[in-house]
Write a protein that binds this ligand. Structure first.
Ligand code: WT7
Length: 632
């Protein structure tokens, strides 16, 4: 049943097999899942379209591979351990049987509220077990979920609702995050003023705060499930039917809806989870991400639950009520695998060792990192002080679009190398190409990272706009999936991810398009033009630096900067708020009118070496003004 690789030679063997006979390799793995009807063909693909289909004509329901698969052997095993934001509130342990019943009950509720197969449902919820129930219930009735991180603004939420024409929104009254209490329902209400497609809103009572309920549209979660049976027969879907849409930022315009389908995603989420983390039955696994991101989808919900694992879900933040909260939770539940982001590590590292010392952390077997390159200093701190020098550290490189981990050590099986994601998982064929798309073979090469062969959880399209999917991922280099990342293969053959090579910045492991932030800034009535770049930030990895040309009348520079930051916070959400706003008289432009971002990046990172030839600019004099304005 399990396809867990046990040894280094096992990895080498599996990897070779996966490249030589990919279809045989994946069909053998897929066979260990429950399919209502087996597939006719393992893979059909063409990266031109792109058109990728895995397990063609297979019929299944992903939740039958969680519930029906584990109910009898693991009914009383904890599926989800929930730790609340406030440590004084009672925690919750939800067994596989309880999760099954909660999901079924909610399936019935969804159905009686008019949601069916193929309908889109937005989930805008805090980190509580009901959020997982919401996802699983959608999957069980064949509806398509789209989780939106509950920190996004009402207009970001409205954009996503309208883009996928969602019929329903699942939300809560409020949300506890650290010392703050957030008005979640009020954000939904504001968003819905701009959305005509939503028929019903189901509201979970989480904080008990006062909310307005719109007659005929809004219904409390506990009322929706009242009297609903705890049985529900899963709806059969096709292997290539959509499981979910997840919006993510790109280098142009608005976020796009990355589409993942059912069969391939299921197989890869489970396989990668079990192998990377080397999960053993009975272990307690904890990923600190939010379900609003792909990490939460694949490695809090689907991967672990498809493996019969116990997955810990934490509602709060790393520093509340104190900077040892993560480690306290690890000890409290004897966590065996711990998976977090470099930005969290760096933030906690800044508090010193005192918050770590009270905790033994001896249950930890594996520690993981995801979301951005992990710098060597953070790697060593994490490895030495959290892993106590004896836990493999898996640096997992992947993306929303890849659905699952692409490049990573398999814990304790393949070697660790600080700051290197290291080796591809079986089935993954990464290559490094030069600017012309020529593959750079051998070691000690650096270029752009592509993947040349499909894997089961590759994105299938971008919702409602297949051309966009083609242009963004499959057109830069013909016949290959382009990741948008730069990478180096070192002298030992290990991959090191160097970060984005496009206009995407990575702030605390969150992806932001520079164009998206610029569009938000430009909404401010005093703004004439803006340019946004990333710059190295000690804790966040990258910070957001905005150069803005403004009409200054009636404003002081400081007040205007604050207003601009606030505009971005309102339009996108707090995660997109610029760290630095510099008011400038002009932006450096080429004769064709293109902004020379290279110069802006240099100034933002306080590095004036190799500014290059600025004499070809349309307005070379502006560069000096910008440098002076930056205080350099
Ligand atoms: C981008 C994808 C999928 C996980 C959460 C982020 C960067 C992700 C690593 C890593 C270096 C990494 C890349 C990638 N990234 N993991 N281990 N080392 N960079 O998902 O929001 O889709 O962002 O995150 O730049 O392209 P995402």
């Amino acid at each position: 049943m399990s396809h867990k690789i046990q040894t280094l030679s096992g990895y080498i063997h599996e990897y070779q097999k996966s490249v030589l006979e990919p279809e045989a390799f994946w069909s053998r793995i897929a066979e260990s899942f429950h399919w209502r009807k087996s597939w006719d063909k393992t893979l059909e693909w063409d990266f031109e379209g792109p058109d990728v289909k895995w397990f063609v004509n297979g019929k299944l329901n992903i939740t039958e591979n969680i519930f029906e698969r584990y109910l009898y052997t693991k009914g009383d095993t904890p599926a989800i351990i929930w730790e609340p934001n406030d440590p004084n509130e009672t925690n919750r342990i939800v067994t596989y049987r309880e999760l099954y019943e909660m999901t079924n009950q909610f399936c019935n509720a969804l159905q009686s509220q008019g949601v069916g197969k193929g309908d889109r449902v937005i989930i805008y919820m805090p980190m509580v077990p009901e959020a997982a129930v919401a996802m699983l219930a959608c999957a069980r009735i064949g509806a398509i979920h789209s989780v939106v991180f509950a920190g996004f603004s009402s207009s970001s939420l409205a954009d996503r609702i309208n883009d996928c024409e969602a019929k329903m929104v699942l939300t809560s009254d409020g949300n506890f995050r650290g010392a703050k209490q957030i008005d979640v329902k009020a954000v939904v209400d504001e968003a819905l003023e701009k959305c005509s497609c939503v028929e019903k809103v189901i509201v979970l009572n989480r904080t008990g705060q006062e909310v307005t309920m719109e007659e005929g549209r809004d219904i409390w979660w506990h009322h929706a499930i009242e009297g609903q049976p705890k049985e529900f027969k899963a709806v059969e879907v096709d292997s290539e039917d959509m499981l979910f849409i997840l919006y993510t930022s790109g280098s142009t315009g608005k976020p796009k809806g990355v589409v993942h389908t059912t069969g391939g995603y299921m197989v890869y989420a489970q396989y990668s989870f079990e192998n990377v983390f080397q999960y053993t039955q009975g272990d307690v696994y904890w990923c600190t991400a939010d379900i609003g991101w792909i990490t939460g989808h694949s490695y809090i919900v689907y991967g672990p639950l498809l493996s019969g694992a116990t997955t810990l879900m934490f509602e709060g933040v790393p520093t509340f009520p104190h900077a040892g909260r993560f480690w306290e939770i690890c000890d409290k539940y004897e966590v065996n695998q711990f998976y977090t982001a470099p930005t969290a590590i760096r933030a906690l590292q800044a508090h010193g060792l005192e918050p770590v010392e009270p905790y033994s952390l001896q249950s930890l077997k594996v520690i993981g990192s995801v979301g951005e390159p992990i710098n060597e200093e953070a790697w060593h701190w994490y490895h030495d002080h959290i892993g106590k020098g004896n836990c493999p550290l898996v640096d997992t490189w992947w993306q929303t679009e890849t659905g699952g981990i692409m490049v990573s050590a398999l814990a304790g099986i393949t070697p660790n190398k600080p700051a290197h994601a290291s080796l591809p998982l079986p089935g993954i064929q990464p290559i490094i190409v030069d600017a012309d798309g020529k593959e750079l073979t051998g070691n000690n090469v650096e270029g752009n990272l592509c993947i040349k062969f499909p894997w089961p959880s590759i994105l299938r399209t971008t919702y409602g706009d297949h051309e966009k999917c083609k242009n963004v991922y499959f057109s830069t280099y013909k016949g290959m999936y382009f990741t948008g990342d730069g990478a180096k293969r070192d002298h030992d053959g290990y991959l090191r991810i160097l970060g984005r090579v496009d206009d995407v910045i990575n702030v605390s492991g969150h992806r932001m398009g520079t164009a998206e932030v610029e569009n938000a800034i430009n909404e401010h009535p005093k703004v004439i033009e803006s340019a946004v770049v990333g710059y190295p930030h000690d804790v966040k990895g990258q910070g957001i630096y905005a150069y803005v040309i403004c009409d200054m009348s009636g404003r002081t520079e400081e007040s205007l900067k604050d207003e601009i930051k606030d505009t971005v916070r309102k339009i996108i959400g707090p995660i997109a708020k610029p760290d630095v706003v510099q008011i400038v008289p002009g932006l450096p432009k080429t004769r064709s009118g293109k902004i020379m971002r290279r110069i802006l990046r240099k100034v933002a990172s306080k590095d004036l070496s190799n500014l290059g030839d600025t004499s070809t600019l349309l307005n070379p004099e502006v560069v000096d003004d910008i440098i002076k304005g930056a205080g350099l």
